[in-house]
Design a protein around this ligand. Structure first.
Ligand code: MRU
Length: 353
């Protein structure tokens, strides 16, 4: 399995996603600051991977602590949480992971610092294992929705590289292929950061899953030609009413899918569902550096000084979403009810050894 990120004795090791597919190199982060930079600079990206990276960054903060008591360490703990909190605003998994580390810290405050250190490092590692288990569980559920054969379109990278392993949308595809379904993936290239062309294509080719990269503006034509039986994408945040924030361009794909009567599925762990956000209009959308649009491989491709917009995500209204696949079950409209029901469902997913 691809090791997107891993806790090691010498720090947190990330596969450098800014360099793929031309170079498979790794970055070792030894401090909370370095992990925050890795998230901000997209060395690690994808909502679930960002969440676990944040938890591991906080764990590094406590591992490196010079303080002698938990009370003395608390300001440093808060600083680490703040540092990772400010990296990227849309993926709710980041805030979910920080809150989980904070709750663990609070529950252990009366214990000696050595015990708190150990427990927080273990908590971050547990989140890593749970993420893979959740992906495998949602893969098994989502595979039942995939066509027996033919094209499945995906946007961005919601694969092993966006998670701790196996993937969400690509996990569904992987599980379907493991069950014998003959799927051919159409991967939108995903301007401007090219997560589809660079990352989805790379990891699916590694697994021998037939893949064709198309430019984003080909999706409609490929659908019209009858080559797509289903769309499956990941999510950065799903509001209580089922509106889905995901990589910019997802909304266009969803509208096209509806026009062509193609089911549009979203696969995401429950940590991506934000029941505190009532609908998609309240989801903060990250604006990224205009250079991602104006430059290609370091070279300017637009006239100097032109105005540019670069929102990293868009929101797909729930009316376009056929179903949301989570590790706890499959939700369908009306999502206010089905997501609330999943929130009450069993939270435990068995971790496979
Ligand atoms: O900007 P990115 O690459 O972090 O955006 C990633 C996506 O939009 C993914 O589709 C989403 O995080 C789901 S990953 C399982």
């Amino acid at each position: 399995m691809i090791q997107t990120l891993e806790w090691t004795d010498s720090g947190v090791r990330f596969i450098d996603q800014t360099k793929l597919p031309s170079e498979e190199t790794y970055v070792n982060c030894r401090t909370c600051e370095q992990v925050a930079d890795a998230i901000r600079n997209m060395v690690v990206r994808g909502a679930p991977a960002i969440g676990v990276a944040a938890a591991m960054g906080i764990a590094l903060g406590i591992k490196n602590a010079k303080a002698e008591t938990v009370a003395e360490f608390k300001p440093e703990f808060d600083r680490c949480c703040e540092l990772v909190r400010k990296t990227r605003p849309t993926a709710v998994n980041l805030f979910w992971a920080i809150r989980r580390m904070q709750e663990k810290f609070e529950s252990l405050r009366i214990r000696p610092l050595t015990q708190v250190k150990k427990a927080l490092i273990e908590e971050a590692q547990r989140m890593h294992a749970e993420d893979i288990a959740a992906n495998q569980a949602m893969g098994r559920l989502g595979a039942t929705l995939m066509p027996a054969s033919g094209g499945v379109l995906t946007h961005c990278n919601a694969g092993a590289l966006a998670t701790c392993g196996y993937g969400t949308a690509l996990g569904v595809i992987r599980a379907a292929v493991e069950e014998g379904k003959k799927i051919h993936v159409y991967a939108d290239e995903t301007r401007p950061f090219l997560q589809g062309a660079r990352l989805t294509a790379w990891e699916l080719m590694k697994d021998g899953i037939p893949t064709t990269v198309i430019s984003d503006n080909m999706a409609g034509a490929v659908m019209k030609q009858g080559r797509i039986g289903a769309v499956v994408v990941g999510a950065d945040r799903i509001a209580a009413n089922g509106d889905v924030a995901n990589k910019i361009g997802t909304y266009s794909v969803a509208v096209l899918a509806k026009e062509h009567d193609i089911p549009f599925y979203v696969a995401a762990p429950f940590s991506t569902i934000d029941l505190e956000t009532p609908d998609g209009s309240k989801i903060p959308i990250e604006q990224r550096n205009p250079k991602e649009i104006t430059h290609f491989a370091g070279k300017a491709i637009t006239p100097e000084g032109v105005q540019v917009e670069n929102p990293a995500f868009d929101v797909t209204p729930s009316k376009y979403v056929t179903a949301i696949v989570t590790e706890r079950g499959i939700a369908r409209a009306p999502y206010v009810e089905s997501l609330a029901k999943l929130a009450r469902a069993d939270q435990n997913v068995a971790i496979e050894k």
